[in-house]
Each structure stands twice: as C-alpha cells, then as structure tokens.
Design a protein around this ligand. Structure first.
Ligand code: ARG
Length: 459
C-alpha cells in the first residue's frame, strides 16, 4: 500500500530495499524529545496566529506529551515503514488524538523540522562538551597546583631538552583545552538560530511567527534565509571540527600517559580504577583507558571528514544525503564525552612519581643550555661560542660516562679558562627551572601565576 504521509500521488508502496535505504528511524529516534519540543512550539504558535484552533493545538500539545512518555517508557513501537522520527511521532499522535493531528504539519516541512531537531540535539552536545572540558581543566589545574615545583624533563623530539615543572606541563594542556572551550562556545553562539518555519525551502504563505517559536525553543533568533536554513549543516560540522581538535589534544595526552606509565619511564602511576590487567601476565597493569582515548579519536576525525564529504556536492536546498549527518555526529559526540570523562578520571587519579621525574630531569645533560647561558652572562661569550664550549663539555662528560655537574672545575677549565666555581649553581635542575621566569616560562612562580589566572577565568 502507498504511504500514509505522502501517498496521494503513489499507486504502489516502496520496494523493501527502498525502505531499507530510506529509513532513518533506527538512529533518528534519538531526536524524539527534540522533535516533540519543536512540534509543541509550532502548534502553539499556529494557534496564537489563528492558523489552527486553540482546541486542536491543545489536543496536539497534550497528545505529543503522551507520545513522549510512551517513548521514554520504552513502550513505543517504531516503524521502519514510517521512515523517520517525524512521521513515527505524527502517526502515533493521529492514533491518539485523531484527525486534528493532521493540522500540526501546517506551514512546516520535514526539512525545517529535521534541521530544528538536529540543531537542538547538537546544541546540547555543545553544552555537554563545554562542561566536560571544564571538568578536565579543573582536574589538570589540581595536578598543576600540587606539582607546581616538581621537576621533570621537558622534551623536544622526545629527547631530553630542558628541565620543566610538572605544573608547567599540566598547564600546557589547560591552555590547549582552554582554546577548545572557547571554540565550542563560539560555535555554540553562532549556531543558535532557529530554522523552524523555513518550511520546505521557500518559507510559507501562512502568517506564522518564527520569532515566537525561536524564543520558545531557546534560540536567539530565527535564521534569516529559508533556503540556507534547510540546507545548512555548518553547526554539525563546527561541532565535529571543534571536537576533532579537542580529541587530538586528548590523544596527545593519552600518548604521553601511555609512555609515562611504562616500566621504562615510570613518571606516573595510573590508578587501578583506570587500568586493566592481563589474562596471562600477572605483573601487567595496562593503560587501556589512555589507549582507547587515543584510538577513539579516529572515529571523531572520521565523522568530520564523512560529513564534509556528504555536504560538499549538494546543490541548495535540502537533499536526502543530509540524512547521513546524524549517525556521524551521534557517534562523535558519544565518543568525545566518553574520552573526556575517562581522561578526567585518569588525571584526577594518577600519581606523579616525583623522584623518577627528578632523576630523569637531571639526566641527558638537560642543563646544558643553562651552562651556555652562564658563559654568556658571566664570561661575556657570544652565545654561539658558549654553545660550542658547552657542546665540548657535553662530549667530555659523555666520554667519561658522567653528567655535567660531575665534571671537575679542572675538566671544565681544560675546555674554557673563564669557567669558575659559580657554574655549578646553574647545573642543578631546581635552579634551572627557577631561573626560567620569563612570562609563560616554567619557573614555579610563573606556573602559579597562570594557575591563579585560570582559576579566575573558571570562577
Ligand atoms: N529523515 C530525514 C532526514 O533526516 C528528514 C527530512 C526528510 N525530508 C525530505 N524532504 N525527504 O534528513
């Protein structure tokens, strides 16, 4: 039999394969509460504008609440033949309230309806991302505060570079996530316009009030162009791109945690709550949560590329291709929130192994730059010459199998006669980090200043 919603011009129903490729109900049922909120706002507006009667609007609005409670209670039977959430809800509404249900779709199309539903859903994900990123930032700040002056190696090329502080390293991630936060907030503000009332693409001749429905649904204003409104998925793409960058940050940290928790590094001990064991090797404690965060990021990047690809060839306005938007965003949002929660848990629970961090910071000639800087400051050498002299001292220490502070003054003077006892002061890792007081530098005082600033920002 032909379709109840648009069967007027159809003699035959769809092929089973047509139904299978066309139906979206298996996934867009996640939009049920947004769909019903949108319809309730629309019905009220139609009656306020005298387009439908108050009695019909009341029946529609009440009936929709019944549908919602059925869905929430798991008592609703979703039908693939009814394609999507919009038609499933409307068909059930008709069973409950009768013919008045048919008046709900006045001055509306599924095109503006789905854009509205999906925007409402995505808006909630922006809000969730904002609060979840904030929670992670708070966990990092707590670590930074505790370890503002714990010394650890800073790396470039994953080779020991210069000593830094634990607090400085934690706060580096706070800066990264802070940019994520501001990206999510920017995009959230930009996307908050209501497509409802754009109808199929051209607007409508009914005297609707789009400002009223926009306000009822918490939008700042209605969208200004009906063609754009039904064709736009920028809000989903912005969510996915903000999510991708944030996920990339999480993945970098996850990678560090995997390295840091290894037996070779032992920089951190992850809590039992965020580790797993091995079924064969009794000694194992694996950083699975970090590894899965690192891996899940691929799905989020994938969703971003997938939806960009769906959208790139579409002429205005709506095309059915756009139905492929939802699963990507659903999956990306679910996995981003999971990754953020897991990272927050790991960061809150992890213990820094302060002695190992300090020992690692002191190895690998990490204060060589301090020595070169000393030669510039105290012996007046040009930096390039100081670099050369220090390089020779590193080579000497390497040959002797010792660290820079273990070289005697005699050893040092055999390379450069201007070196005095005072040089040993700058060779300790504590003095090295304490000296890096430039704005944003690793000195504990600088790190504490940034912690203070961030606490004020977060309130
Ligand atoms: N299920 C559709 C989607 O997700 C709803 C809009 C259908 N519109 C249409 N003209 N067929 O995009």
């Amino acid at each position: 039999k032909s379709n109840a919603m648009w069967g007027g011009r159809f003699a035959a129903g769809p092929d089973a394969i047509m139904e299978a490729i066309n139906a979206s109900i298996d996934f867009d049922k996640r939009l049920a509460s947004q769909d019903i909120a949108g319809s309730r706002a629309h019905a009220l507006m139609l009656s306020k504008q005298g387009i439908i009667t108050d009695t019909d609007a009341e029946a529609i609005r009440e009936g929709l609440l019944t549908v919602l409670s059925e869905i929430e209670a798991g008592e609703f039977t979703f039908s693939t033949a009814l394609e999507d959430i919009h038609m499933n809800v409307e068909a059930r509404l008709k069973e409950i309230i009768g013919d008045a249900a048919g008046r709900l779709h006045t001055a509306r199309s599924r095109n503006d309806q789905v854009a509205t539903d999906f925007k409402l859903w995505t808006r909630d994900q922006f809000d969730a991302a904002i609060s979840d990123v904030e929670a992670l930032i708070r966990a990092l700040i707590a670590q930074a505060e505790e370890g503002a002056d714990w010394v650890m190696p800073g790396f470039t090329h994953l080779q020991t570079a210069q000593p830094v502080t634990w607090g400085h390293h934690m706060m580096a991630y706070v800066e990264m996530l802070g940019r994520d936060l501001s990206r999510f907030k920017d995009a959230r503000a930009r996307m908050n316009e209501s497509p409802l009332g754009s109808a199929a693409l051209a607007g409508t001749g009914f005297p609707i009030d789009r400002h009223m429905t926009a306000e009822a649904l918490g939008f700042d204003r209605p969208t200004a162009n009906s063609l754009d409104a039904v064709a736009d998925r920028d809000f989903a793409l912005e969510f996915l791109s903000c999510a991708s960058i944030c996920a990339m940050h999480l993945s970098r940290f996850a990678e560090e945690l995997v390295i840091w928790s290894s037996a070779q590094f032992r920089f951190v001990t992850l809590s039992d709550r965020f580790s797993t064991g091995s079924s064969i090797m009794p000694q194992k404690k694996n950083p699975d949560a970090a590894e899965l965060i690192r891996a899940k990021i691929g799905r989020i990047f994938g969703a971003n590329v997938a939806l960009m690809t769906v959208m790139k060839g579409l002429p205005l306005a709506y095309s059915k291709d756009m139905q492929e938007d939802k699963e990507q965003v659903f999956d990306a949002a679910d996995n981003l929130m999971l990754a953020l929660a897991a990272m927050t848990g790991m960061v809150s629970d992890m213990t820094a192994n302060i002695d190992n961090l300090r020992a690692a910071a002191a190895s690998g000639f990490s204060t060589a730059t301090d020595l070169a800087d000393w030669l510039v400051r105290e012996a007046g050498l040009p930096f390039r010459d100081a670099h050369h002299v220090t390089g020779a001292l590193v080579a000497m220490a390497e040959k002797k199998g010792c660290d820079l502070p273990d070289l005697t003054l005699e050893d040092m003077n055999s390379v450069h006669e201007a070196i005095t006892e005072g040089v040993y002061d700058v060779l300790t890792v504590e003095n090295s980090v304490a000296s890096r007081t430039s704005y944003g530098g690793t000195a504990p005082a600088q790190v504490r200043a940034q912690i203070k600033r961030w606490k004020e920002v977060l309130g």
